[in-house]
Design a protein around this ligand. Structure first.
Ligand code: URA
Length: 210
């Protein structure tokens, strides 16, 4: 993947995203849509997985057929909203290992502080896909990637539903080697760090909290 930012413009993704943005969409519908859209985004984020061939016999003849080369994968969810993207990705890649990173924002310093981290072993040999629906300021995403690199990860992608230009710029500055896949690049952040037009608080909308 060479582009730093890939926007998945597929009509199914765009249609589902519009339903998710609508404030009248229920929690149950929002969660189901998130699962579906995450599988479609996973399709894009894994586009360049390496293939090899295996000799098989079809009912007609022998052939060397493409199969995945078998690079191991790790999905890393940024708590808590990242969890909404896990199931859809795991449907496509059931054998992926899953890790969790929890960060909160210190209101005095405005810096992300880690409160939870549980990562799969052998990150250095894995393609690591970080999932978080909203790339807003990019501070927690950049901090999560810092942490993954410190744990040995060298091949990292970031998958989100919506990105703000501020978050994309922050990630490009901090981690130019980490390609981002998103369903849309929105206009800007408001003064509370929410994406406009956005879809509100992704965690609240998927879990029905306020
Ligand atoms: N996190 C959210 O859930 N929504 C935003 O708009 C920004 C960050």
């Amino acid at each position: 993947m060479t582009d730093h930012l890939t926007i998945v413009t597929h009509p199914l993704v765009q249609h589902k995203l519009t339903l998710m943005r609508d404030k009248n969409t229920s929690t149950g519908e929002f969660r189901a849509l998130l699962r579906e859209i995450s599988a479609l985004l996973a399709y894009e984020v894994t586009r360049e997985l390496e293939l090899t061939t295996r000799a098989i016999e079809t009912p007609m003849q022998e052939m060397d057929a493409p199969v995945l080369k078998g690079k191991k994968l790790a999905l890393i969810s940024i708590l808590r909203a990242g969890n909404g993207l896990l199931d859809g990705v795991l449907e496509l890649i059931p054998s992926a290992r899953v890790g969790f990173v929890g960060l909160y924002r210190d209101e005095a310093t405005l810096k992300p502080v880690q409160y939870y981290c549980k990562l799969p072993e052998g990150l250095e040999d894995r393609l690591v896909i970080v999932v978080d629906p909203m790339l807003a300021t990019g501070n927690s995403s950049a901090a999560a990637v810092d942490l993954l690199k410190a744990a040995g990860a060298t091949s990292i992608r970031f998958m989100c539903l919506l990105a703000a230009p501020e978050g994309v710029a922050r990630m490009k500055e901090a981690h130019p080697d980490v390609p981002i896949v998103t369903a849309a690049l929105d206009k800007r952040l408001n003064d509370k760090g929410y994406i406009l037009p956005g879809l509100g608080d992704a965690g609240d909308r998927m879990f029905g909290t306020k």
